[in-house]
Design a protein around this ligand. Structure first.
Ligand code: URA
Length: 434
């Protein structure tokens, strides 16, 4: 087989065979196929698309390009969760301790931030001592002992996706349905759960900018799930504004802890409850979605969810004194409030641009090797539909570098469109598909 023929075939809008896809994934993962050849093929896929069969074959080839975890010792209904990425998305940190406290085994490998979106592992690492790089044995042991473990993806979990995702990020080929669907589902298949709940983000801070594309992506992933024997539910969520009030690693951990203590933003609460209630249903813990939501709220009210988070942090080496006393997290050097220059109502927020501002402050990576600054980020005081008066705080910039702070100040206010007419608050949940 020859990679040049495979590239030419896709360039000419022809369907690739399973053998051709397997060959490409195997030889790219082991380095025989170069980055520029893979880039050409990925661009041809981006432009010309893939059939359902091709997408399934690509997913399976990537899923089996490395280790596949066996979580069967935790039962038949191990449920995993994944988000297609967003701004201020700290849902995993809040949701997983809640469902673990309700008896669902949580064995979750998460990713780092990429592009303008954040990643759970970077957030967890802002807790002093928390070890995201434990061995798979320790990971399984923790799930056995306390019912939950959150760690970074091991090097050998879907390595083909790791390589291809990094490549896509450098050639403007991330926002594509066949490529996102195969990337997400390959990781989920390799991570070993047999049921999957997906948060499919939609809007100006997500890879899917409109509801039609998000539905198409969901359909594609549900279909792959069926073929792989993994029941999959997609919850479509609004990413036309950041989720919750914080963007940035330590800032999001603080928001997550407050949420677990019962003080949760309405949009965060809606997403946590919707995802969690479907996780409980798939795990065989209750068929009634509304009852499941009540169980989750009770679990927060009684402090059980918070206690489970403390147990998780302690077990993975984190210093729980920071969680018990959030003031121990040191502020960034500059904490700068941005004031509104206008009276009115927030009509829209450019979330992707806020994600980029936060990333430029140091909360994310511009290049893969960049080191994250945990302290920096943004606080969003006004969300879509909120009334705002001239001189009121729109948001707060947390920065450690004067020049970066000035850049952020220049851009922050422009992210908010303020109009004279009342604006309805958007719904956080845009649809459920299975
Ligand atoms: N999240 C993933 O895991 N993969 C993508 O391609 C996009 C979002």
């Amino acid at each position: 087989m020859n990679i040049l023929e495979i590239i030419a075939k896709k360039r000419d809008k022809k369907e690739l065979t399973k053998e051709e896809i397997d060959y490409f994934v195997k030889e790219y993962t082991n380095g025989t196929i170069t980055d520029y050849q893979a880039a050409a093929l990925i661009m041809a896929i981006y432009i010309n698309g893939m059939t359902t069969e091709e997408i399934t074959n690509l997913t399976l080839a990537m899923a089996y390009s490395g280790d596949v975890l066996d979580l069967s010792k935790f039962g038949e209904n191990v449920v995993d969760k994944h988000s297609t990425g967003g701004i201020g998305d700290k849902i995993t940190l809040i949701l997983m301790p809640i469902v673990a406290a309700l008896g669902v085994p949580v064995a979750k490998m998460s990713g780092r931030g990429l592009g303008f979106t954040g990643g759970t592992i970077d957030k967890l690492e802002s807790i002093p001592g928390y070890n995201t790089q434990i061995s798979v044995e320790e990971f399984m042991h923790n799930v056995d002992e306390i019912g939950i473990s959150l760690m970074g993806q091991t090097l050998n979990l879907a390595p083909a996706d790791k390589k291809l995702y990094a490549l896509r990020d450098t050639i403007s080929c991330v926002d594509n349905i066949p490529l996102i669907a195969s990337s997400v589902m390959s990781k989920k298949i390799a991570a070993g759960a047999n049921k999957i709940v997906l948060e499919v983000t939609v809007g100006n801070g997500a890879f899917m900018k409109d509801i039609e594309s998000a539905k198409k992506l969901s359909e594609t992933m549900i279909n792959i799930g069926k073929l792989a024997g993994k029941e999959t539910v997609c919850i479509l969520t609004n990413m036309d504004e950041p989720l919750g009030y914080s963007i940035g690693n330590t800032l999001e951990v603080i928001e997550a802890v407050e949420a677990l203590q019962g003080d949760m933003e309405e949009d965060v609460k809606a997403v946590v409850l919707e995802l969690g209630s479907y996780m409980l249903k798939l795990a065989g813990k209750g068929d009634n979605i509304e009852d499941n939501k009540l169980k989750m709220l009770e679990c927060i009210d009684t402090g059980k969810a918070y206690m489970k988070f403390l147990e998780l942090v302690e077990t993975q080496g984190g210093d729980v004194s920071y969680i018990n006393d959030l003031s121990k997290f040191e502020n960034a050097k500059f904490v700068y409030p941005v004031l509104s220059k206008k009276d009115g109502y927030v009509k829209s927020i450019e979330s992707e641009r806020l994600g980029k501002i936060s990333c430029n402050l140091g909360a994310g990576r511009i290049k893969k090797e960049d080191i994250i600054d945990n302290q920096v980020g943004l606080i969003i005081n006004k969300k879509v539909g909120d009334k705002v008066e001239k001189g009121e705080i729109l948001g707060i910039i947390h920065a450690n570098d004067k020049e970066k702070l000035n850049d952020a100040i220049e851009n922050f206010e422009d992210c908010f469109e303020i109009c004279a007419e009342c604006v309805e608050k958007p719904s956080a949940i845009l649809g459920i598909m299975y």
